[in-house]
Design a protein around this ligand. Structure first.
Ligand SMILES: O=C(O)[C@H]1CC[C@H](C(=O)N2CC[C@@]3(S(=O)(=O)c4ccc(F)cc4)c4ccc(OCc5c(F)cccc5Cl)cc4CC[C@@H]23)CC1
Length: 268
């Protein structure tokens, strides 16, 4: 743990290889919070205001009647748009654009889906178990034609866990940045540069939690493994789907989705 020394006004924390001033911590906090709030598709308050507008039974039935490939194409389109916003979030984080391009892609490939799951919890109504989807709030069974009920229910369960922690936008911003800038990701060429960014984020996040008396949330955040397992199930479902609809990924999926989730050699 970095030890704080000197009087609180000029407190700085002595870390193994660099000194971070309080001023720098404040600037970093502003950068992370702004990057998050500027790149979310919907404002938290707007999602809250409409969270009781749920799809009617007949509308749900309409979605359930849609063919699997049609629903998949719509979800892939939404996830691609949401991931474009996540890429924008990364680009605005201090230091991310200074990483080498390979490492930027490695971090986004590994972290985009996890950040998406965090953002999804902002659009989740944990009182009636519905998620914001195409303008209204949808129950789990609206998605049954996707053929991914276990994946969808795992996502809903994760949203429930995240709602229980009741993360503020500040906390969500830091949690997202720290998941994205994870120095333990394999294949990183300049791990120490990611490590340095991660350490600063960690200090600034703990600083924020201390000031807001929210240190207790650190023990309540879902384990990384839980986020990762949902990402793996998504990849498995995608593989099954592509076997059912060969060639569709190349014809009807957006290039960004393909780049992040479809690896060439697997093409059935
Ligand atoms: O304000 C913001 O920024 C947020 C607004 C809300 C946004 C959001 O929640 N989302 C944007 C895309 C969307 S969704 O809204 O289309 C959605 C889809 C299924 C659900 F049960 C719930 C939501 C989505 C789409 C596909 C997916 O997994 C991969 C996948 C496929 F690819 C194809 C088939 C099946 C699956 Cl499961 C997972 C998610 C989770 C995030 C969801 C996230 C950003």
């Amino acid at each position: 743990n970095p030890e704080f020394h000197g009087n609180p006004n000029f407190a700085s924390c002595l870390l193994p290889d660099h000194l971070i001033s309080m001023a720098e911590l404040d600037l970093l906090t502003q950068n992370v919070v702004c990057a998050h709030s500027e790149t979310c598709q919907f404002l938290q308050e707007n999602l809250q205001v409409i969270r009781w507008e749920t799809f009617s039974q007949s509308e749900v039935h309409g979605f359930q009647q849609k063919p699997m490939d049609h629903m998949w194409e719509r979800c892939v389109c939404h996830i691609t748009n949401a991931i474009q916003q996540i890429v924008e979030f990364a680009k605005r984080l201090n230091g991310f654009m200074e990483l080498n391009p390979n490492d930027q892609i490695v971090l986004l490939k590994a972290g985009a889906m996890e950040l998406l799951l965090l953002r999804m919890s902002r659009a989740f109504n944990c009182y009636n178990n519905t998620i914001f989807f195409e303008g209204k709030y949808a129950p789990l069974d609206l998605f049954q034609s996707l053929g991914c009920n276990d994946l969808i229910s795992a996502m809903f369960d994760l949203c429930h866990s995240l709602c229980a922690v009741n993360l503020s936008e500040y906390e969500m911003a830091f949690y997202s940045a720290m998941i994205l800038l994870d120095p333990t990701q394999p294949w990183l060429q300049e791990k120490e540069k990611v490590q340095s960014l991660h350490v600063k984020l960690d200090v600034a996040f703990r600083n924020l939690l201390r000031r807001t008396h929210r240190e207790s949330i650190l023990g309540k955040l879902p384990q990384r493994g839980r986020l990762l397992s949902i990402c793996q199930v998504h990849m498995e479902k995608l593989k099954v789907f592509r076997q059912m609809y060969p060639g569709m990924a190349w014809e009807r999926f957006p290039p960004l989705y393909r780049e992040l989730f479809v690896s060439e050699q697997e093409d059935p």
